[in-house]
Ligand binder design. Structure first.
Ligand SMILES: Nc1c(N[C@@H]2O[C@H](COP(=O)(O)O)[C@@H](O)[C@H]2O)[nH]c(=O)[nH]c1=O
Length: 148
């Protein structure tokens, strides 16, 4: 059965959301959520990236990352998938409890059920690319292979 998730408040799969409160260290810093990491990479090497890292909630990080009054790094569309993969992998490497939740989904399809996002999610009509779901399934395979 397909596993849908979106908000970090939905159990048991809320931990698949980038808004879930599972921090990790990566690239020399501590990131409170994978959303903080992802949004800050849009402006890597600038003071604005540091400001995103230090905000309290993933919602604030997402809002700041989407603010186009700060210039987006020019290679963003080429690197964004790899950045998401790196952050999500490190999150699930860091936390044993959610790693087990991810591996327990076996070979089920995982879908970010976002009604507005047709790139990371499936969008309102299910036609979206579901890139976050695909990355979670890739991470699941990497972590499963490491255990066996
Ligand atoms: N907007 C949202 C989520 N969507 C997240 O937003 C990010 C995409 O950002 P961008 O490419 O900047 O539009 C990505 O991490 C996606 O999973 N998730 C949630 O739990 N709750 C939300 O309210």
């Amino acid at each position: 059965m397909t596993i849908y998730f979106y908000s970090n408040r939905e159990e048991p799969y809320g931990c698949f959301s980038n808004f879930s409160p599972h921090g990790f260290e990566l690239d020399g810093f501590y990131w409170p959520t994978s959303e903080h990491y992802f949004q800050a990479q849009k402006f890597v090497g600038t003071p604005y990236a540091d400001r995103i890292r230090l905000v309290k909630t993933p919602k604030d990080a997402a809002k700041m990352g989407r603010d186009r009054s700060f210039p987006l790094r020019p290679d963003w569309s080429q690197v964004k998938d790899d950045i998401m993969r790196r952050g999500v992998l490190r999150k699930f490497q860091t936390h044993t409890d959610i790693r087990e939740v991810l591996i327990s989904t076996g070979d089920e399809l995982i879908v970010e059920n976002s009604p507005i996002d047709y790139y990371w999610g499936c969008g309102a009509d299910g036609s979206g690319k579901n890139m976050l779901g695909k990355i979670l399934m890739e991470v699941r395979e990497i972590l499963r292979d490491r255990i066996n």
